[in-house]
Design a protein around this ligand. Structure first.
Ligand code: PHE
Length: 346
């Protein structure tokens, strides 16, 4: 029995097999354990005779198992060391380096510029209700501006019976801010907006940034200075020229559309200089105006006490102008070659 067990142990070539042999010999119902149990029923003389060889057997089997186990463990460790060895002379694998998307980068830049002017960042939900997106902004149900926005509506109304939609602009954040914070207010609100529209300069989802100032005695001069300061900082040029054109938005009165001048430098169109220069022109960059009395009233404030201005502009559009990109759709294709081309990814 002893020779057989020891040979089997010697042949075991996995730790699991060794364990199986151990249980079979020394476990509760193992063969060696069974022999040890017979000692109890023997007469003292018999035990004196048969006891030592049985103890011997137990000791030699225990030792053989321990030795085999140690040998197999050492083998396993050696194999692992060999297979996991690192060759420090091999060239390192290059890990692709990610980068911040141009839209996120421009939003960060804008937040920084406006932070310096004392503006906080406000946010609102992308799923809005009719009242925040339109009605409170002086766009009643029958207003043609609703059709102009190509709104994505949800099939069901909310608990208050309001139509639910994907916000078509960041202007509802004006309402959310005025109804939840006492003036004075100075905020910007960057975020995604949605319109059912798609071509080279329109995508169904795009990004806007809204600005809102509510305080006492605010007038158009404050708006103009703020926009000029922001556009100079954003385009990193002091010779940014603004052209303010009268316009119409239901939620501002008067409303002003703002163009920046571009000129030709080294055969390239660049933002800066007067748009009236030879070869130059004007590029529309944002909509703005003095917040309409009705909007201030809709938010529970007294328009004779509080005035302000608001503006809204496309973040993607600003990124295109700053980095010379020409297809808006490429922003959302996730094509690394495009990002690399404009220096946005390693
Ligand atoms: N919400 C307007 C748009 O999406 C932009 C705007 C914002 C105009 C604030 C005036 C004031 O076109």
């Amino acid at each position: 029995l002893q020779a057989g067990l020891l040979a089997e142990i010697e042949r075991a070539d996995t730790l699991a097999q060794v364990e199986e042999l151990r249980v079979g010999a020394l476990g509760k119902s193992g063969v060696v354990t069974a022999l040890l149990k017979t000692l109890g029923g023997m007469s003292p003389e018999e035990r004196l005779e048969k006891g030592p060889p049985i103890q011997d057997l137990r000791e030699s089997v225990t030792a053989a198992i321990a030795a085999r186990k140690a040998a197999l463990e050492a083998e396993e460790l050696n194999a692992r060391l060999a297979s996991e060895r690192l060759d420090m002379t091999l060239p390192a694998e290059t890990a692709p380096q990610g980068s911040v998307h141009p839209v996120s980068q421009v939003m960060d830049e804008l937040a920084e510029i406006f932070a310096d002017l004392g503006f906080a960042v406000a946010t609102g939900p992308e799923i809005e209700d009719d009242w925040q997106n339109f009605t409170a902004l002086n766009i009643p149900e029958t207003h043609p501006a609703r059709a102009m926005h190509d709104t994505f509506y949800f099939p069901d109304k909310d608990a208050q019976g309001r139509a639910m939609l994907l916000r078509t602009h960041t202007s509802p954040v004006q309402i959310r801010t005025m109804t939840s914070n006492p003036p004075p207010i100075r905020i910007i609100a960057p975020g995604r907006v949605y319109r059912s529209d798609s071509d080279a300069t329109h995508t169904p989802m795009f990004h806007q940034i809204e600005g809102l100032v509510i305080d006492k005695g605010i007038h158009l001069g404050h708006l103009k200075w703020t926009l000029e300061t922001f556009l100079k900082a954003f385009f990193e040029r002091d010779d940014i020229t603004l052209r303010l054109r009268p316009s119409y938005f239901p939620f501002t009165e008067p409303s002003v559309e703002v163009d920046v001048g571009y000129t030709i430098e080294k055969g390239q169109r660049v933002i800066g200089g007067s748009g009236d220069a030879p070869g130059g022109g004007w590029m529309e960059v944002l909509g703005s105006g003095m917040v309409h009395r009705k909007v201030i009233e809709n938010c529970g404030l007294d328009p004779d006490e509080w005035q302000g201005f608001a503006f809204g502009t496309g973040v993607d559009r600003l990124a295109m102008l700053k980095y010379g990109m020409n297809d808006l759709r490429a922003f959302f294709d996730g094509d690394l070659r495009w990002l690399r081309h404009y220096g946005f990814s390693a």
